[in-house]
Write a protein that binds this ligand. Sequence first.
Ligand SMILES: C[S@@+](CC[C@H](N)C(=O)[O-])C[C@H]1O[C@@H](n2cnc3c(N)ncnc32)[C@H](O)[C@@H]1O
Length: 249
Amino acid sequence: MTRTSGFQDEDFWTEFHDFLFSEQRHTQAEELLATSPLLSFPTGARVLDLCCGPGVFTVPLARRGHEVTGVDLSSAMLDRARKRTAEAGTEVTYVRADARRYEAPGAFDVVLNMFTSFGYFEDPADNARVLRTMHTCLAPGGTLVLDLAGKELLARKVTPPKVVQRGEDLMVQTDTVLDDWARLRSDWVLVRGERVTRAALVWFVYSAVELRRMVEEAGFGRVEVFGGFDGRPYDQNAERLVLRAVREA
Ligand SMILES: C[S@@+](CC[C@H](N)C(=O)[O-])C[C@H]1O[C@@H](n2cnc3c(N)ncnc32)[C@H](O)[C@@H]1O
């Protein structure tokens, strides 16, 4: 049995890659970029994809004519992203960096943080620091788009263990609510032939109101919350929590 320790652990992303970054997700990202009013940016916009992973959004953003930088802590994920970028015949600048410490003051028109890539640091001050990185990286007037599974949605979905199958592989996911809904723990067991890998992720879950407050405290203005990339309200029909905010000055 192999055990990986979570969000900052390179082995975790490699082991669970096929479940998290399916070809279907890559295709969906292309479609979202083509249709979502929240992901429509002027051609040539300078876009930072923070925690870019294997390039699910990074690569199609570059194909759409944006000047894209992908930042991630994992070399393995960056290697995959570079490979997809080359296959797509496009260009992206990739940087291996910690989201808390990446520095590029005023260098971007857009910062994206997609697919619940926020809230994983044990110290809440570190999560706040990531928001300040995003703010600092934006030029005045620049836009942040942060996409995650909001607490209100998770409250509906935390159910008994869930089994997902991909080809011959099986993944069992069990979620546990911690600290009066401040955090969630997700235990994953991946069965691949004879090989079994266990992993646990613990992260802070945010309601729309909590996330809005944090984003405002990081210096952002004009904060809006949506329930999906189609711009629907964050109500009982929401599918995601998509927050948009502006660095005003
Ligand atoms: C859920 S994946 C999301 C990937 C991508 N945004 C997407 O939509 O598929 C989170 C990514 O965050 C990266 N990561 C983990 N800790 C990080 C850190 N401290 N700084 C930067 N990236 C980090 C992981 O390596 C992983 O690729």
